[in-house]
Design a protein around this ligand. Structure first.
Ligand code: MLT
Length: 408
């Protein structure tokens, strides 16, 4: 008789964004006339850059002829892309990362989940609260999280580090030993960042404890302030304790195309084993590489023309973020994020619960947000809005919220 992975049975409810989609679909079905504005899931809306499209078209043509046809590619990614990444994302910032430390993939979400394959089930995991649910759920699926406590809304074997307005959204060092620490800066969901000094504290801690930092830098292109590292490897000592995840989703519109990469430095060794070699072993066994066409498109981001086009789109979203921040503040809300991030973390009015405020915005303003409580107990009392929408619709959303609050 076959048995299922019993850890899945312990998972609470559905994945956050599926639950939001379910509630939204139910509302839309009951109110087909509603003009819904989507500010929930962080999904981009602007088309891919023309240089990316041209490169993808040319790559499709390559596949049409036996002289230029590409079958299986290298599981780690094509050198044309890895070299472009190494130059633009690391060398240009003075960061020493080797081409073969870069593993191209179909996105940061998959890598964040898959990385657990090379870690012992006995590791103690530490996450921020609120947190991107993928870190927690994938560890729960692997059996590393213990039991889910409905009342505490947390797992017995996960160490939660509250990041709140009170501590400036900077997690404090754990009071008990932990082995794997997930950090995301700019943070999903709070939109706040860790500065160089704060990251240095974490790097030193991880090196002292022989812990590993899983650093999610998916939103680094939204950083506008000085002194905020774009990569954890800007911090001395990080190569012996950190793995970094990068994504082309939010930076270049690849949420549908799917491409990202993970950096695993050679210097990262635990139990006498190279994490780089283990990840290479995992990828060569379970992954056949991101598609040739998509990697050609991703490489075009690094061309002069592509880089300028991508920057234009990023500016479009950055302006939306500013519009949301200003609009919400004008409506009387306390907000965080937006400055270095496409996410705006907004306190609910009068201590309202975050699912309650989500429902209110959905039903009374027809705006879809993400309830903060869905990211963890410390997210209660907040909703998250994203800047990835259409500029005019973003302005309209702020008008609706202002009108809604004026009528309260
Ligand atoms: C989010 O809205 O948090 C993200 O879009 C989810 C993701 O990147 O998987």
């Amino acid at each position: 008789m076959a048995h299922v992975n019993e850890n899945y049975a312990k998972l609470p409810g559905s994945y956050l964004f599926s639950e939001i989609a379910r509630r939204t679909a139910a509302y839309a079905e009951a109110h087909p006339e509603a003009d819904l504005i989507k500010m929930g899931i962080g999904d981009v809306t602007r088309p891919l850059a023309p240089a990316v499209i041209a490169a993808m078209h040319a790559a499709v043509d390559d596949l049409a002829s036996s002289e230029t046809f590409h079958g299986y590619g290298p599981e780690q990614g094509y050198d044309f892309l890895r070299e472009a990444i190494q130059q633009a994302d690391f060398a240009a910032r003075g960061v020493d990362i080797a081409v073969d430390e870069i593993f191209v993939s179909d996105g940061a979400k998959s890598d964040c989940g898959n990385i657990g394959d090379i870690l012992s089930v006995n590791n103690k995991i530490a996450v921020c609260d609120p947190v991107y649910p993928v870190y927690v759920d994938t560890n729960a699926m692997a059996g590393r999280a213990g039991e889910y406590d409905e009342q505490a809304q947390g797992w017995s074997n996960i160490y939660y580090m509250p990041t709140t307005a009170e501590n400036g959204f900077a997690p404090e060092l754990p009071k008990e030993p932990v082995d794997v620490i997930y950090l995301c800066s700019p943070s999903n969901p709070t939109g706040t960042v860790l500065n160089a000094e704060q990251l240095k504290t974490w790097v030193d801690y991880a090196n002292q404890q022989d812990a590993i930092i899983m650093f999610d830098a998916a939103y680094e292109r939204f950083i506008t302030e000085e002194g905020v590292p774009h990569s954890i490897y800007e911090v001395p000592g990080a190569k012996t304790c950190a793995i970094e995840f990068r994504s082309f989703s939010k930076t270049a519109g690849f949420t549908g195309a799917r491409c990202g990469y993970t950096v695993v430095p050679h210097e990262l060794v635990r139990d006498g084993q190279s994490l780089h070699d283990l990840w290479n072993r995992r990828q060569t066994t379970k992954f056949n590489g991101a598609s040739y066409v998509i990697q050609r498109g991703a490489a075009a981001i690094y061309s002069e023309e592509g880089a300028a086009q991508v920057e234009e789109t990023l500016d479009y979203y950055r302006k939306n973020a500013a519009v949301i921040k200003e609009g919400l503040e004008a409506a009387g809300f306390t907000v965080f994020g937006a400055v270095n991030s496409p996410y705006i973390w907004c306190q609910t009015p009068s201590g309202m619960g975050s699912w309650e405020f989500f429902d209110k915005l959905l039903t009374e303003a027809n705006i879809i947000t993400t309830p903060g409580a869905g990211f963890g107990p410390s997210g209660e009392g907040y909703v998250r809005l994203t800047a990835f929408g259409d500029a005019e619709r973003t302005v309209l959303a702020m008008e609706r919220i202002k009108n809604l609050m004026a009528g309260e």
